[in-house]
Design a protein around this ligand. Sequence first.
Ligand code: GAF
Length: 368
Amino acid sequence: MRVVSSFETAFGGTPEGVWHAPGRVNLIGEHTDYNDGLVLPFAVPWGVTAAVARRSDDRVRVVSAQAGGGPVEEVAGWAAYPIGVALTMREAGLPVGGADIAIDGDIPRGAGLSSSAALEVSVALALNDLYDLGQTPLDLARLGQRAENEVVGMPCGIMDQAASALSKEGHVLLLDCRTLGSRAIPFDLPSHGLDLVIIDTGVHHELADGQYAKRRADCESAAAKLGVPALRDVTDLAGALSRLSGDERKRTQHVVTENHRVEAVVGLLRAGAVAEIGALLNASHLSLRDEFEVSCPELDVAVESAIRGGARGARMTGGGFGGSAIALVATDRAEAMRRTVAEAYEAKGWKPPVFRTATPSAGARRLS
Ligand code: GAF
């Protein structure tokens, strides 16, 4: 394994083990996690692999095949994620000593498939095993999120880390972001003659992180005005909207309806009506575009052209402002759909999008 040889080259010994954590796609439930709402992600076949050994001192050293260069100990750039996890575990009172960590990954960069959560969870799982910390996969997801919030400074919710830590092959993960209760729901696309195609726009618009924090603040101030702990708690949407205006009104409209869409998708999946979720994916996209305002022209064209090209439904996935869209399409129409999307991009003079088939995959695990 390449990550083992990169460990040996960087640190001069052999790792005690190798761990893997996947990236994710979110089927539906966008920008609901930090509103105590519902999400429905699943793990993708790509992820981050960490080869790790304990050290007799407290130092944490990291190398990455993607970043290149020698071992890093500074909490900056990409290294803030893995080192941040170790520091956060210590901060939480867990007895984590030093570690040498080599990282390798195959999540396409900038595709919005949560390479950062995969990085956090792979390292958290490795340290949990090596230092016998007794943390559950959900605990590890929370530690990863805390590292990202407190060390990296990105105010993300729990969805990405939970998807990486808890997903089951062939299933989507229904996660209640308030109770943190979760359930694996079968998502067997081949038996329905369907593909879920990831359309990677290849763009990542600047200011995305500031916009994320702003959306979160809009939601929190709306909930405060409505006198509820979180937008999850809005039961009378029309009444709530009549008491809000501007951005707070739009964000509330999105979050409340998006939670309903997650429930509706779960109902259809449980009834075996997978192809019928398409309209809800489309509605989610329009709401993210018009009410939550986190889409961008590249995502909108991907979604519109996918639908025009025969998709049952399509939407942006993840935080937005670039990254990827997903399209649910009959397997025998997938090729024609990809062609329609590629032509739409060409007509705009944009670089071609990259298509990948999303297979619901297993969550984080030890490989050796
Ligand atoms: C990003 C965040 F990291 C998640 O927590 C979630 O809020 C998502 O955007 C939007 O649904 O991936």
